[in-house]
Ligand binder design. Structure first.
Ligand code: NI
Length: 134
């Protein structure tokens, strides 16, 4: 039986949604407030769900202390209080929409998680808007 465990995490970050291939007018029209040239912040809430079998020796699917540490080092320490457009290499040529941020986080964590585990990432950009990956 496959069981899921979830760790919640949090970071604040600034971004700007802007497609350099478009006119300023079209960028404003499509991205609205998120196109502000001076950037703006969001309080991102992250849920990382790991799915697998319960290890009979530990009674656990995954060690949540280990998972929390992984998320802290790979996501929170890198993303928190950062300007995503400017400071993260992943967004040099990628629009830091909630969708793309969630995909980048999924890819980072996938690279550190043993293959036997399933991985699902949910990223809230606002309490009412969220994205699911995996
Ligand atoms: Ni925004």
């Amino acid at each position: 039986m496959q069981i899921s465990v979830t760790r919640r995490a949090h970071f604040n970050a600034a971004h700007r949604l802007h497609n350099p291939g478009w006119s300023d007018e079209k960028n404003r029209e499509v991205f609205g407030l998120c196109n502000n040239p001076h950037y703006h912040g969001h309080n991102y809430e992250l849920e990382v769900r790991v799915t697998g079998d319960i290890d009979p020796e530990t009674g656990m699917v995954v060690d949540l202390v280990w998972l929390a540490q992984l998320i802290r080092e790979q996501v929170e320490d890198r993303f928190d209080h950062k300007n995503l457009n400017i400071e993260l290499p992943e967004f040099q040529n990628l629009i830091p929409s909630a969708e793309n941020i969630a995909v980048v986080i999924w890819q980072i964590l996938r690279g550190h998680l043993p293959e036997r585990f399933g991985l699902h990432v949910r990223l809230y950009e606002t309490p009412r808007n969220f994205v699911d990956v995996g």
